[in-house]
Write a protein of this length. Structure first.
Length: 297
């Protein structure tokens, strides 16, 4: 679904480059509008969201059934670590009402669950594990099915009353401060699509982010021939350097995995040192490489 939205967004709006495409898609993806991509993104928010605020608010109310529990959960999922149990806690919900809200939102096609691949500590040890480890709960994560809906609950909901009054200063202050952080998740999702596109001749057994009680890896992909691909994604305004490679290698050592290839995705490219290391064991992708996702296959 995300790939279809990404392609549709491009062929409707034809942004100047892939960096602009990803930034604009992270906000307007899934919202049926045509953008003048020569305009700054903040002006497009004013034009297409603030000037149509009543209509868009009613659409969100229909999606959420105007249920405050649904709204609280979506706000928690938008800004948190996406883990279900931590979202319940952030939203002040329990497993009962939180679970019911999550089920409803899944059925409405607002969110989808990304299942954990963590093995519980009890299954890793033959002997009795420590109490704190035994009590550890493996938590699945949640993804919004449309970038625009996550944008709404990430940025719009906290300032809704001010926006209704035409007061936008606090919204734009938060947006300017957190835009890169917000866009990172969409970039990560698109990076997984690009990785899997480049592995299209292999049979992918499992792919997605990996997390456990100690660490997270943006992308971990396994294929039927035993290959392991690990990746990190950096949507920042500076080039990625060797330090990020070292961090990912450390994570692999702690997980006791030997990756077939390490992949780094970067908004602004890579340092000369890191670029010189690219090869069979290390693949590097920058924003312009995402043009491959626009191909018909």
């Amino acid at each position: 679904m995300l790939l279809e939205q990404f392609r549709s967004f491009y062929f409707k709006n034809y942004p100047d480059d892939m960096e602009q495409l990803i930034e604009y898609f992270a906000i307007f993806g899934g919202l049926d509008v045509e953008l003048d991509t020569s305009m700054h993104i903040t002006e497009l928010i004013r034009l297409h969201i603030f000037e149509n605020f009543d209509v868009l608010s009613r659409q969100v109310e229909r999606i959420t059934y105007s249920d405050p529990i649904n709204i609280r959960l979506l706000k928690a999922l938008a800004v948190g670590d996406r883990r279900i149990f931590s979202a319940f806690k952030r939203a002040g919900l329990n497993n009962s009402n939180g679970g019911a809200a999550l089920k409803y939102l899944q059925e409405r096609g607002v969110v989808e669950v990304e299942y954990s691949r963590e093995t519980h500590p009890r299954e890793l040890q033959d002997t009795k594990v420590k109490r704190e480890l035994a009590r550890h709960r493996i938590s699945d994560k949640v993804l919004f099915t449309q970038p625009y809906l996550r944008f709404w609950f990430y940025f719009i909901s906290p300032y809704r009353k001010e926006i209704e009054l035409g007061e936008y200063d606090n919204f734009f202050e938060a947006f300017n401060e957190k835009q890169n952080q917000y866009t990172s998740l969409v970039f990560e999702e698109l990076s997984e699509l690009l990785l899997n596109y480049n592995l299209r001749d292999a049979q992918i057994l499992s792919s997605g982010s990996y997390w456990d009680m100690n660490m997270e890896i943006d992308i971990l992909t396994l294929t039927d021939n035993g290959s392991i691909y690990v990746a990190e994604c950096k949507w920042t305004n500076h080039k990625v350097n060797k330090k990020e490679l070292n961090k990912l290698q450390d994570k692999c050592e702690k997980l006791d995995i030997a990756p077939t290839q390490i992949i780094l995705f970067s908004k602004r490219g890579f340092s000369k040192e890191l670029a010189g290391m690219a090869g069979k064991d290390l693949a590097l992708y920058k924003a312009s490489d995402f043009e491959a996702l626009l191909k018909s296959r």
